[in-house]
Ligand binder design. Structure first.
Ligand code: PMP
Length: 376
């Protein structure tokens, strides 16, 4: 064995078991397939991003902040907190590097090795990844066949969990959990409920009144979706006041960089572009649901989940990539069968291309095998 390999093995043995496999799945591979085919204009419908640039207000403040980036940010993030209060009312907030950053810090505050963490499944994978990194025992609570959450089942499973995760509208199913169900769950569990509202701007639901009643509710939000700032990594959460001092101790010293914080302030103060995008999503969501030639679940988010059987999700992702469209296979979401894809609502041309190609696949499909064609 080469000396370098021996050295690697000696030190990789030190790596904790929870990082030896798994990890977050990115949509990179399908993009490579399209590029290898020489397709330069690729429809990027895999990551639920806003296809438009950030609002002019976000760009102006973010660029101005970059000019002063020789200085550390204001660690209190006071200007952003003020802007959040102007936007939503007098709630308490914490911020983080994406909602992912907020989730990681909260888990660090609450979870000791061996503690239970409950997750309404199928859903976004990072809750489980972050909890396992803290050596938690992750307990999946299966959603019903229509992807709704049964409050009694959830309470039963989550009763003794330190923190439970419920995503609404849910990624990848698009399902909304009514505030009444959240109310019931909050009253029935002993731990904290993290309600992930990454996609709430695309729905009609308002959970904020629940913040006034419950001390065990945290509502996570992101500026990666409706506000077109995925690359700036800005997350925040509505928290009960008791969380604040612990959050300060458990987070990295600066929860956001100064450029992102200013871009967030600009985006919240200039929300016209966001509202236009939400209108665009609502219009296209209905159209894609009706016209995609396969069965799709109703969605309150900026994506739809499509049942592509008899194809597998992975085979359909490859087939669409060959046609210049990147979507996400749901095969990696525990608790879902392997015949779903998740498709983000993109620009007009991207949505048109997706509809055209998926319908062509459907038409050519009638005498294909259940796994799709053999691909190069
Ligand atoms: N929650 C859900 C449900 C998501 O889909 C995502 C991003 N895909 C996140 C949280 C993370 O958001 P952020 O980009 O702010 O880290």
């Amino acid at each position: 064995m080469e000396a370098r390999e021996q050295g690697n093995e000696r030190y990789t043995r030190l790596v904790r078991g929870c990082f030896r496999s798994g990890g977050y799945i990115f949509a990179g591979k399908a993009g490579d397939i399209a590029r290898e085919r020489g397709i330069s204009r690729i429809a990027r419908l895999a990551s639920n991003e806003n296809p438009s640039p950030p609002s002019p207000g976000a760009i102006a403040l973010g660029c101005a902040a970059l000019k002063e980036a020789n200085r550390y940010p204001d660690e209190s993030m006071e200007l952003l907190l003020q802007r959040l209060r102007q936007t939503y009312g007098s709630y308490q907030f914490v911020t983080g590097v994406g909602m992912d950053g907020v989730i990681e810090t909260l888990i660090r505050i609450l979870v000791n090795p061996g503690d239970k963490v409950a997750v309404a499944t199928p859903t976004f994978s990072f809750y489980g990844i972050a909890a396992r990194a803290q050596s938690a025992k992750v307990f999946s609570v299966q959603r019903k066949e229509d992807y709704s959450v049964d409050p009694a089942v959830f309470i039963d499973a989550a009763q003794d969990a330190k923190i439970s995760f419920l995503c609404s509208p849910n990624n990848p199913t698009g399902t909304v959990t009514p505030p009444g169900v959240i109310d019931e769950i909050l009253a029935g569990i002993d731990g904290i409920l993290f309600l992930d509202n990454a996609y709430v701007e695309f729905s009609d639901i308002d959970y904020l009144p629940l913040m006034n009643t419950y001390e065990n509710l945290v509502i996570g939000r992101t500026m990666s979706k409706a506000y077109a700032l995925a690359g700036a990594r800005i997350g925040y959460a509505f928290v009960p006041a008791w969380v604040l001092p612990y959050y300060r101790r458990a987070s990295t010293p600066f929860t956001l960089n100064s450029v992102s914080a200013q871009a967030a302030i600009g985006a919240l103060g200039d929300s016209e572009a966001m509202k236009r995008y939400v209108t665009h999503v609502r219009r296209w969501r209905e159209r894609l649901l009706c016209e995609c030639a396969f069965t799709a679940a109703p969605s309150d988010a900026n994506f739809i989940m499509v049942d592509v059987s008899p194809w597998t999700g992975d085979a359909m992702v490859r087939e669409l990539a060959l046609r210049g469209i990147i979507v996400r296979s749901c095969a990696s979401f525990p608790g879902l069968p392997d015949h779903f894809i998740r498709v983000s609502i993109g620009d007009e041309w991207e949505n048109d291309l997706f509809l055209k190609e998926i319908r062509a696949i459907r038409e050519a499909d009638t005498d294909r095998s259940s796994k799709g064609p053999d691909l190069p």
